[in-house]
Design a protein around this ligand. Structure first.
Ligand code: F6P
Length: 368
């Protein structure tokens, strides 16, 4: 009798980012071509895993998606099998633990392993499922780059490219009108996007969550530039940046999300402060979800492909409960306990901060 086909599952979870399809493609093709697995895709992240909503992924299903943004599988940044929203026939929505359902779906489908492509929240859930006995391998995804245990997550480089291009464009209009241009970027509680794109785009002031700013220092930099003939300034602000003594600016709270706080509004606050305190006209641009969409950069296509292939290698070697990672330019892996429940933030002594300060960039923290 023929052996039953070996099967793996794959899902994309959390906020989308460029490169998800590149990873799904690499996982699927490597699984089929190199290891002879069948591949089952779960729809909409953990929703598909709880509800057993699946698609069969063949070679042709992932053909032509390498350069396409988003995810062909769909995703959700609200679904958590341990706190899953259900609406009883009569009554209010309640949260129930559906982790046992996940175990059943996993066994019923005869999966040998599951690849979870997600950020810190999704990987934390994956770690809990792996502790329950599911064979899981994680792949770090997010534009925020805040996954602990890897030097970079895929999606980050593409978003840095989008922000940098926007800052380049804003430079010319800022110069024409002698304005202060504030650009608010995503990143949640980590400043990786603002720092990296701020340096790449030649931002004059970069405000990140890890370094609280003092508005006097920000305004001093803007007026000093003006006095020295630079009649415009570019200020790149992370959505999680904070003024000394104040809290983050929250745009909305999503009660049905495991990570309910959505940041936003700090850019407007900084622009108003600059205009009121210096008399220099200021404008704000909030890049928002533009940073999450569009085709992945070449770097993210390659990183995503390496991550996908290496996740399959871990499965083939039965090294479960691990997350693939980028370390010192090479692909390796770490225990999934490493990213679980954590967010990787920019260390205050991160070399790029020192280099940026050395070329005159302000982080809004000097006393003046
Ligand atoms: O984690 C990715 C991210 O884009 C953050 O940078 C941002 O704070 C958040 O997701 C926005 O979430 P939503 O898509 O729910 O608005």
């Amino acid at each position: 009798m023929a052996e039953p086909a070996k099967r793996i599952g794959v899902l994309t979870s959390g906020g989308d980012c460029p490169g998800l399809n590149a990873v799904v493609r690499a996982v699927t093709k490597t699984a089929i071509l190199n290891y002879g697995y069948q591949v089952i895709g779960f729809e909409d992240g953990y929703v598909g895993l709880v509800e057993n909503k699946t698609v069969h992924l063949a070679n042709h299903s992932v053909s032509g998606i390498l350069a396409v943004g988003g995810t062909i599988l769909g995703t959700s940044n609200k679904a958590d099998p341990f706190r899953y929203w259900r609406t009883p026939p009569e009554g209010q929505r309640v949260q129930v633990d559906e982790s046992k359902t996940v175990q059943d779906v996993y066994s019923k489908l005869g999966l040998e392993a599951l690849v979870v492509i997600g950020g810190d929240g999704s990987l934390t859930i994956a770690h809990r499922l792996s502790q329950m006995g599911l064979n899981i391998v994680g792949i770090p995804k997010t534009i925020d780059n805040d996954v602990e245990g890897t030097d970079q997550s895929f999606g980050f480089d593409s978003a840095v490219g989008t922000i940098t291009a926007a800052v380049d464009v804003l430079h010319t209009t800022a110069m024409s009108h002698h304005r202060a241009m504030v650009v608010e970027v995503m990143g949640r509680n980590a400043g990786w996007l603002a720092l990296t794109a701020g340096v790449a785009g030649g931002g004059d002031i970069i405000l990140i969550p890890e370094i609280e700013y003092n508005i006097g220092s920000v305004c001093h930099k803007v007026t000093q530039r003006s006095k020295h003939g630079k009649k415009f300034s570019i200020i790149v602000v992370a959505e999680g940046a904070k003024e000394k003594g104040s809290d983050v600016v929250v745009e909305r709270i999503l009660k049905d999300s495991p990570d309910p706080i959505r940041l936003g509004g700090i850019g407007r606050k900084v622009a108003e402060q600059i205009e009121n305190l210096t008399g220099i006209e200021a404008r704000v641009t909030v890049l928002g979800h533009l940073q999450r969409g569009g085709p992945p950069s070449p770097h993210d296509r390659v990183l995503g492909t390496l991550f996908g292939a290496s996740a399959m290698e871990l499965i083939a070697k039965k090294q479960f409960g691990r997350m693939v990672s980028l370390r010192a330019g090479g692909i390796s892996s770490v225990d999934m306990a490493v990213p679980a429940g954590k967010q990787w933030k920019v260390p205050r002594d991160y070399p790029l901060i020192g280099v940026a300060r050395g070329i005159g960039t302000s982080f809004g923290d000097s006393t003046c």
